[in-house]
Design a protein around this ligand. Sequence first.
Ligand code: ZN
Ligand code: ZN
Length: 348
Amino acid sequence: MKAVRLPAWKSDPVIVDVDAPTAGPGQVVIKIAGAGLCHSDLHLLHDFDETMFPWQVPFTLGHENSGWVHEVGEGVDRVSTGQAVAVFGPWGCGRCPACDRGQDTYCHNPTGGYQGAFGGGLGADGGQAEYMLVPDARFLVPIPDALDPVAAAPLTDAGLTPYHAVKMSLPKLVPGTTAVAIGVGGLGHMGVQFLRALTGATIIAIDMKEEALALARECGADLTITAGEDAAAQVKEATGGLGAEVVIDFVGNDPSLATAVASCRAQSDLTIVGVGGGSFPMSLFAPPYETAVRSIYWGTRSELGEVMALAAKGLVTPHYSTYSMDQALDAYAAMAAGTLNGRAVIAP
Ligand SMILES: [Zn+2]
Ligand SMILES: [Zn+2]
């Protein structure tokens, strides 16, 4: 079968022929419906190496995956052949308190999962191929009938991660409050929709590109602001000089974090989602008093079911373009060039 692979650290992806996987005991092979490209894949391709992650290269890319159960291994009774399933991306050990609560992202034995990998496409073979091995059936979440299996792929990360971010701040987002989303790309455009679907807050979206701000308005943003040095001042102006109760940074570089910190009010939540590698100075006076700053990594297994339930009701809709396997490298080039609007999904 054809697969999009990372051939070696710090290199471009390649399309090669590899053997299709088979399911051992407890394992499942799925036929891929969709496999999303994530901006973090660019860091995986060009910035990461074996000193950061103890993974064997090459491996197949793609950590946002959905499909149909193709083969079940001995002892698997959670899913059956032909069933549409989404793949929960982070693969933990399955035997610690974090994994027990469906939060494999924070597994207590980070190398205790499958082959020491974080998940498919993150050390183990991912879904940018015709078939994918899922090492434990508990990583499969049924896709509701009303949801297109291809659309479920981007929901597993571009949906799940912003959902987790918004859900953690729900107690602060009562009607009359303001939430700011910085960066309206693959994750940010879903973040705006979750804010719209789950809260009565006023939503402000910030991005450098006018097309992204147009997408934000389509997704439910009440006010859009062009990124830049006066963006936070405009947030302050829109919030009576106080700043927002919740700020979610989907970029995470130095300029976006500076805007994020300056957009917060006292007792706000500042959540960093983007893998931009930035930082900001922290002191007694900034961010404002009693602001809770957190970073997050993906969401929980049960939350993936919640995200798909919302999408099946039509309350959130991922914006994406599909690419065939042969066009996969074009999709990576478009992502690197910043010309994607929403997500790119390979549908083999
Ligand atoms: Zn991702
Ligand atoms: Zn664990």
